[in-house]
Design a protein around this ligand. Structure first.
Ligand SMILES: Cc1cc2nc3c(=O)[nH]c(=O)nc-3n(C[C@H](O)[C@H](O)[C@H](O)COP(=O)(O)OP(=O)(O)OC[C@H]3O[C@@H](n4cnc5c(N)ncnc54)[C@H](O)[C@@H]3O)c2cc1C
Length: 521
C-alpha cells in the first residue's frame, strides 16, 4: 500500500466498504480497502443474517425502499448462490392483534409484486393449515398465516467473500489497519496515515479519493460538524436450541408486548431470535447484550411458542450490534422513525462518506459511491465487464463426503468452501475431527481460516470464520487454548502472544455472558 498512489482508499471493511472496494476495483480504479479490526467486526457481523426486502417497511409505506431491497435480494440469490439461500417464512395473523389478516395479505401481495419472481410466491394458510406447518406456534386466536420467501446468509462470511472478490478484481485489502488521520493539504485530502494494529507499525498511503464507510464511526473521520450524521440504535439477538423452541420455518412474529416484528430463524439445530431496537448512546466499541433485551426476546419466543418455556439458562449465546442509521436534522425521533435509507455525502475536503441502508442493499450503495468517485476524478468508467458471480461454488455433498468427512461436517463445509480448497488441508493432523464435540466444524477449517482467509487473531477464527462463538454451548471457551496453539504453530506466535489471544477471546465470551448474572436457575 505504501508503494502506490491509489485512485480510491476505502476506509471500513464492513459490508458497505467491501462493496465499495469491489465496485471501484471492477470499474478499473486502483483501490485499497482497510479495516481497523477484522472484516465484518463491526455491525456487519452482528445482523439478523437476512437478505430481505424488509416486509415491515411496507407498514410505513416505504415502497421505494422495499422495492430496492427486494430487487437486490433477488440479484444476490443469482450472483452469490453459494452464500445466499432461500428461506421460507411463516407470518401468523392473530385476531385482535395487528397486522390483521387483510392488511397482511395485502402486504404480502405487494411484496411479491415488487420482486422479480426469483423466489416462490406467497401462499395464504388458514389457521389449521398454519398449525400443520408450524405445530408449536400459539393457536389461540390464530386467524391464519402467510407463507412467503426471503433469504439468509452468514453475514461475516458474506463480507469476507466480497472482500476476496474485491481483491480478485485488483483491490489491495488489509484487516487490522486503522486510518488514524487523513492527510490534508489545504482543503484537499491526499491520503491517510495508517496504523498496523498487529505489529504497531505506521505508514502513509496516498489516494486521489478517500471513501469513509465506517458505519457508526462515520463522524469520527468527517470534518467537525454541528450535529452528527449518525444516530445508532442497538439490536440484540439470541441463539436458542431449536428443539426447545420447535420452529420448523423462519417465523416473523409481532410481539404481544409492543407490537414489534421479531424474527425466529432456523440455524441448523439452533434458533436465532431477534432483534430489539433501542436507542444507544454508549461507546460504540463496546456493545454487548443486556439482560433486559435478552428477557424481551425470551418473552416474545415464549408467547409465540407457548410450550418452549425458554429462559436465560437456555440461551446458547447472545450478541448485539449498532445500526448506523441516518439522523434527519437536529430533532429527536423515535427509533422506528429513523430513516433506513442510505445517503452519500461529499464534504468540502473531498471526503466521500456513505451510511444508512441495509446489508441487503450494499451493492446499490456501492454503485452510488462509485458514481460519486467518477465525478470527483472526472473519469467515466461505467459498464464493468468483469464477472459478477462471487462466493463459494455450489458443489454436490458427495465431493465433501469423498474427502472422508461425516455428513454433518460435509454439509457444513459445503456451505463454506470449494471442495478443492478443503482437499488441500485434509492431510493435516486431526483435519477431519470436530473441534467441539457435537458441532460440525473441523480442525481443517482453522487451517483454511489462517492460510487463506486472512484470520489474524483467535477471535477472527472462532467468531467470524467458524462461528463457534455463537454455536458451541460454552461459546468455545474451553477449546480456545487448543485453537490458539494450532494458530500459533501456523503463524509463528510466541507463547506470550498465544496467551494474550486466549485471554482476549475469553474476555469477549465473559462479557457476552454477563447478562446472565442473577438470571440463571
Ligand atoms: C441488529 C441488527 C440486525 C440487522 N439485520 C440486518 C439483516 O438481517 N439484513 C440486512 O439487510 N441488514 C441488517 N442490518 C443492517 C446492516 O447490518 C447494516 O446496515 C450494515 O451492516 C452496515 O454496514 P457498514 O459497512 O456501514 O458498517 P460496519 O459493518 O460497522 O463497518 C464499518 C467498519 O469500519 C471500521 N472502521 C471504523 N473506523 C475505522 C478507521 N478509523 N479505520 C479503519 N476502519 C475503521 C470498523 O472496524 C467496521 O468494521 C442489521 C443491523 C443491526 C444492527
Amino acid at each position: 500500500m505504501q508503494r502506490d498512489l491509489f485512485d480510491v482508499l476505502v476506509v471500513g471493511g464492513g459490508i458497505v466498504g467491501a462493496g465499495v472496494a469491489r465496485e471501484a476495483a471492477r470499474r478499473g480504479f486502483l483501490t485499497a480497502l482497510v479495516d481497523r479490526g477484522d472484516f465484518a467486526s463491526g455491525t456487519s457481523g452482528k445482523t439478523s443474517r437476512l437478505i430481505h426486502g424488509g416486509l415491515r417497511y411496507l407498514q410505513n409505506y416505504k415502497v421505494g425502499l422495499v422495492r430496492l431491497a427486494v430487487r437486490e435480494r433477488d440479484r444476490l440469490l443469482e450472483s452469490a448462490p453459494g452464500l445466499v439461500h432461500p428461506l421460507p417464512f411463516v407470518i401468523p395473523a392473530y385476531r385482535g392483534r395487528r397486522p390483521g389478516p387483510v392488511l397482511l395479505r395485502f402486504g404480502l401481495f405487494l411484496y411479491d409484486v415488487l420482486s422479480k419472481k426469483a423466489l416462490p410466491r406467497r401462499v395464504w394458510l388458514r389457521a389449521d393449515a398454519a398449525s400443520e406447518r408450524e405445530p408449536r406456534l400459539a393457536r389461540a386466536d390464530l386467524a391464519g398465516a402467510g407463507m412467503y420467501y426471503d433469504a439468509w446468509t452468514d453475514d461475516a462470511r458474506f463480507v469476507l467473500a466480497l472482500v476476496r472478490q474485491a481483491a480478485r478484481e485488483g483491490a489491495e485489502v488489509a484487516n487490522y489497519v486503522e486510518v488514524t488521520e487523513l492527510i490534508r493539504e489545504g482543503e484537499r485530502i491526499l491520503g491517510a496515515q495508517l496504523l498496523d494494529r498487529i505489529d504497531s507499525s505506521a505508514l502513509d498511503v496516498r489516494a486521489r479519493v478517500v471513501v469513509n464507510a465506517t458505519g457508526v464511526w462515520l463522524d469520527e473521520m468527517r470534518l467537525p460538524r454541528t450535529f452528527p450524521t449518525i444516530r445508532p440504535t442497538k439490536g440484540t439477538h439470541i441463539f436458542l436450541p431449536r428443539a426447545k423452541v420447535g420452529n420448523r420455518h423462519a417465523v416473523a412474529l409481532t410481539t404481544k408486548t409492543d407490537g414489534r416484528l421479531v424474527f425466529v430463524l432456523p440455524w441448523n439445530d439452533l434458533t436465532l431470535v431477534g432483534t430489539t431496537d433501542t436507542d444507544f448512546r454508549g461507546d460504540p466499541n463496546r456493545v454487548t447484550p443486556d439482560a433486559a433485551d435478552v428477557g424481551y426476546l425470551l418473552e416474545a419466543t415464549n408467547d409465540a411458542f407457548p410450550d418452549a418455556h425458554v429462559g436465560f439458562d437456555d440461551v446458547v449465546s447472545a450478541y448485539a450490534g449498532l445500526r448506523p442509521l441516518l439522523r434527519r436534522g437536529r430533532e429527536e425521533r423515535s427509533e422506528s422513525e429513523i430513516s433506513r435509507e442510505h445517503e452519500v455525502f461529499l464534504d468540502p475536503d473531498g471526503l466521500i462518506s456513505v451510511a444508512g441502508g441495509k446489508f441487503t442493499t450494499h451493492r446499490a450503495m456501492a454503485e452510488a459511491v462509485a458514481d460519486m468517485v467518477e465525478i470527483r476524478l472526472g473519469e467515466r468508467r461505467r459498464n464493468p465487464t468483469s464477472e459478477n458471480m462471487f462466493g463459494p461454488p455450489v458443489r454436490p455433498l458427495e465431493e465433501f463426503l469423498a474427502l472422508g468427512f461425516d455428513e454433518p461436517s460435509a454439509l457444513d463445509l459445503q456451505r463454506r468452501y470449494p471442495p478443492d480448497q478443503v482437499a488441500r488441508y485434509v492431510e493435516a493432523p486431526e483435519a477431519r475431527d470436530p473441534i467441539v464435540e457435537g458441532r460440525p466444524h473441523v480442525w481443517a477449517e482453522v487451517d483454511i481460516a489462517v492460510h487463506e482467509e486472512m484470520a489474524l487473531t483467535l477471535t477472527d477464527v472462532l467468531v467470524r470464520r467458524l462461528g463457534l462463538f455463537y454455536e458451541a454451548a460454552d461459546q468455545a471457551f474451553e477449546v480456545a487454548q487448543q485453537v490458539a496453539s494450532r494458530m500459533a504453530r501456523a503463524l509463528g506466535w510466541e507463547a506470550a502472544r498465544t496467551a494474550r489471544e486466549v485471554e482476549e477471546y475469553r474476555t469477549l465470551v465473559t462479557e457476552h455472558r454477563a447478562f446472565r448474572a442473577g438470571h440463571e436457575g
